[in-house]
Design a protein around this ligand. Structure first.
Ligand code: NAD
Ligand code: UDP
Ligand code: UDP
Length: 343
């Protein structure tokens, strides 16, 4: 196993060389599965910025090379087209395991593939962690709470999940991934970390992933009606991506296995979200009601007491501050694309 702090190999990775030489941290080699996706690419940016070497493994199901293009040519960066359902041999110090379709539209597209990615893919990455002695972080989800009967949801809540529903490939898949992670940790001594991520938004989200924030923003920009499913009174809590990345890194670097809820406790109904989008993009945007999808959770809001206490982490970016940053990125991609199509 590679020693994390080794005087001979110390690089200037901390505070631009201001940290005394003896205390500087050795540069790590870090695997990010799913690193070409939305959250993964922002995480890679942070890890590259602090001077580590990053290997991304991604099958490009929903991820794009474009999200990482700014690192091409950097000798500390490697991108491998690979499906985590197949084994892979690599030598790394840490593994951030994100590879998995994340939006309902994508994970329902091929449910068997989704559950294989969660189960076999996670097993392979745990096998890799075991072989090389790497620390392993699983990005689980608030969906492990299902349609929760406890509100807000604390990590101690075991959830209310339909095991045979259309979302099960994702939520039961992630629950199994958590089980595998804990069994490798307890049984085989793997250093493990588990994050339960709540709805996250920001630049580089897939424009057509069907998630509510990307739908509303794209619809308002395209002058289409905002599609509210059901009565619009169901709630979600929306976290800006930079807050999530900070939480993931703190969790990986800290001493606690978790699971930890990582989310923004600000709770909005879908109608309230539509109003915020109207305020920011287009006051005249119309709202159109559509039938809701099956098994849609009615309420979701994280209790983040544990992450506050043990990781010293809490989100900083409110929806009204974060949304305009995503709108700028969507505007650029939507209208840029249209110009290209016209040309
Ligand atoms: P995303 O779809 O943008 O990223 C997922 C990445 O994994 C993509 O690049 C995709 O190509 C890759 N991938 C999928 N299956 C793969 C496979 N079999 N082998 C290799 N690569 C594969 O989604 P995201 O929002 O960035 O989500 C990242 C992680 O965070 C996921 O594990 C997701 O379950 C979790 N999460 C996200 C949210 C959120 O709101 N964004 C909420 C809860 C949990
Ligand atoms: N694995 C992998 N890369 C490695 C080590 C293991 O992809 O560097 C895979 C391996 O092929 C197996 C899974 O991880 O399918 C679990 O490995 P482990 O060694 O824990 O179990 P075993 O191979 O003994 O069943
Ligand atoms: N939703 C909506 N309009 C849309 C897309 C989604 O009203 O165009 C609703 C959906 O029914 C759900 C909520 O928004 O209640 C969040 O959906 P999303 O797919 O973003 O995430 P998840 O259900 O995984 O939390």
């Amino acid at each position: 196993r590679r020693v994390l702090y080794e005087a001979a190999e110390v690089q200037h990775v901390n505070a631009g060389g201001k940290v005394p030489l003896g205390l500087q941290r050795k540069s790590l080699r870090i695997l990010v599965t799913g690193g070409a996706g939305f959250v993964g690419s922002h995480l890679v940016d942070r890890l590259m910025d602090r001077g580590d070497s990053v290997i991304v493994v991604d099958n490009y199901f929903t991820g794009k090379k474009d999200n990482l293009i700014h690192h091409f040519g950097n000798p500390r960066f490697e991108l491998i087209r690979h499906d985590v359902v197949e084994p892979i041999l690599l030598e790394v110090d840490q593994i951030y395991h994100l590879a998995c379709p994340a939006s309902p539209v994508h994970y329902k597209f091929n449910p068997v593939k989704t559950i294989k990615t969660n189960v076999v893919g996670t097993l392979n990455m745990l096998g890799l962690a075991k072989r090389v002695g790497a620390r392993f972080l699983l990005t689980s989800t608030s969906e492990v709470y299902g349609d929760p009967l406890q509100h807000p949801q604390a990590e101690t809540y075991w959830g209310n999940v339909n095991p045979i529903g259309v979302r099960s490939c994702y939520d039961e898949g992630k629950r199994t991934a958590e089980t595998l992670t804990m069994d490798y940790h307890r049984g085989l001594g793997i250093e493990a970390r588990i994050a339960r991520i709540f709805n996250t938004y920001g630049p580089r989200m897939c424009i057509d992933d069907g998630r509510v924030v990307s739908n509303f923003v794209a619809q308002a920009l395209r002058k289409e009606p905002l599609t509210v499913y059901g009565d619009g009174k169901q709630t979600r809590s929306f976290q800006f991506v930079s807050d999530l990345v900070e939480g993931l890194i703190r969790l990986m670097e800290g001493d606690h296995v978790g699971p930890f809820n990582l989310g923004n406790p600000g709770e909005f109904t879908m109608l309230e979200l539509a109003e915020v989008v109207q305020e920011i993009i287009d006051r005249n945007a119309r709202i159109e009601f559509r039938p809701n999808t099956e098994d849609d959770p009615h309420k979701r809001k994280p209790d983040i007491t544990k992450a506050k206490q043990l990781l010293g982490w809490e989100p900083r970016v409110t929806l009204r501050k974060g949304l305009p940053l995503m709108v700028a990125d969507f505007r650029h991609r939507i209208f840029g694309d249209q110009k290209e199509a016209a040309g």
